[in-house]
Design a binder for this molecule. Sequence first.
Ligand code: GLA
Length: 741
Amino acid sequence: MPVTFNEQKKIFKLDTPNTSYICGIFDKEGFLGHIYYGDRIEEEDVAYLARTGEPPYTPEVNNRDRLAFYDSFPFEYPAHGLGDYRDDCIAVRTSGGNSALKLTYVSHKIIKGKKPLKGLPATFGSEDECTTLEITLTDDILELDVYLSYSVFEDVDAVLRSARIVNKSREDVSLTRVMSACLDMDNENYDLITLHGSWARERHINRRPLNRGTQSVSSIRGESGHQEHPFMAIMEHNADQTGGRVWGINFVYSGNFLAGCYVNQFDTVRAYIGINPEDFCWRLRPGDEFTAPEAVLVYSGEGLGGMSRSFHDLYRNHLIRSPYKDRKRPILINNWEATYFDFDTDKLLAIADEAAKVGIEMLVMDDGWFGYRNSDNSSLGDWYVNENKLKGGLKYLVDEVNKRGLKFGIWFEPEMISPDSELYRAHPDWAIRITGREPGQAREQYVLDLSRPEVVDYTFDQISTVLHSANIEYVKWDMNRPLADIGSAYLPAEQMGELYHRYTLAVYELQERLVTEFPDLLLENCSGGGARFDPGMLYYSPQIWCSDDTDAIERLSIQEGTSLVYPLSAMGAHVSDCPNHALGRVTPFRTRGYVALAGTFGYELDVTRIPQEDRDMIPSQIEMYHRYNDLVRMGDYYRIASYSQNHEYDCYMVVAKDKSEALVTFIQVLNRANCHSRRIRLQGLDPKRRYRLEYVDDAADRSKGEGTDRTYLGETLMKAGILVQNPWGDYQGKLISVKAE
Ligand code: GLA
């Protein structure tokens, strides 16, 4: 049984293939305490680790030091206000104005499978694949029940947590803080990793020692954001890619979040993740319930690499639902960097003509096809085709593109409204704004108030009408500004603190309706590049645009940070033109291809205008995509070297689950004169099998054939390694295919 309860000792034990999670009920009052989360152990009786045998003991033994107990006991779901002075999981505002609560054990049940979370994205699995423990806690005075849910899968090392709060009393109560999960443990000289960035520089890895006090990352932008990310990893100071203990925590949510670690006076650490309490206040009427989004906990005893592979497997097998999840995605060409707003039917068809010739499979028409939008200053909300640009209409264009053998995709930014739009002129109260205040613009646009049901219906009808009007097989769903001026003309004053979360729920509702009505649609989420690259979005779309920065070198860092948590199959990555539009760098077309092959792969350029030699390279890039994409999409990811750490070169590989083949990507960012070849130690192979190496696509490579005249034991490749000759010049790459005999 993956979940057990020892009646006598009152201990719950959850097991995954390589990990154990243990918690228990303490004291006659029934406090739910965290005991252990780490490498799998067989014995559940490790309650001594909760230190209730030491002063201050539990209230049952030593009631005079109750507060000291509250402030040191490792709680599974710490409550606010009675003496646990660490960052907590739940706080309320009662009708009497109080904020405290005390949660104790009532009952539990263990069920096969996993219930969906109402209105929220969440991991899923059949009764054979997972088991769920649901523990009920209550506050007797407030008559507030908290249902803590823990699910474990048979095939992945992850624990999925969420919380549901039910108001059983006859009075209203408001929730002012609801975290989804918490992990209390000893701080054994740990480091903390978080992901940081900006527009065009998303998810760069930041590692530092975990210090006393609170360290946190958060968003209050109404989206997960470019700047910080709903993820953190706590790890042993010497943990690296291949070894050491690591706890990764991620949040299946796309709105405001808070992820924090508090190290207290006794050197214990409390890690927690949930909806950001800032500007959050959720009213529960008698009988109402609130479901907090899902938190994902992954423990790896095999360093960061083990953690990444567990996240990848979990998301590929139990979160992404799209029919495309296990399929190669059509190779698309997107016209954004090719034309920006300056396009018409003829221009798009000219691109389609050339794209078809080189083997591209889909044309995506980006921003600028609707209303009277010729720059980013108008028409969001007016989702009807601009026939001045698209002469003959959308269906004509799509049919013509289809005739050329290409699929067709389209861009929307459904959550927005331009001040200069017919929609805004008709419904100024549909924008998020504070009554009496002029709302601030960003990219000359406002955000729609999606807490208003009629706005959700209107938006869905608009998208659905367009999609029904032609054979459209892909949608890029964009979101190009954060929320501000938090106010709704629809919500009553006492519910204004619900706007952010209601907005996120409405985005989910819209996307759910979209994938239900168009089940074969390939949906790609996007937010000014990668500002909403999170597990919540992956529930609806199998891929997310990583960044508006398509420069191959900047992408090394962005894709490294992204792949720390998310599978390569989800990373939107395209080859674009040079000098790069985000930073002016010139890199070889070949290298741009290698880097994009680590993601969904596609093109973001005007194929009618790029240099002939680049165009000539596209068919071979496409051939490589077809040859290696199954491996890249479904294999195990291993990081060998990080350019963002060593400032010279990057190297990663993907290994087939059966270890029969692998693909190594080596990118030399800066060359050095007069130096040795690099020693690269491969990972993830079968030590006992023999492998042959092949340098793929190395027409321009002076080291062609190097080391390919023999076979190697997997053990040799992993322990002793191979020598990779330095390519000539900067920004050069190599792809090495590794195949078992
Ligand atoms: C965002 C996206 C881009 C493009 C533009 C269009 O920035 O990330 O890819 O679609 O919007 O306005």
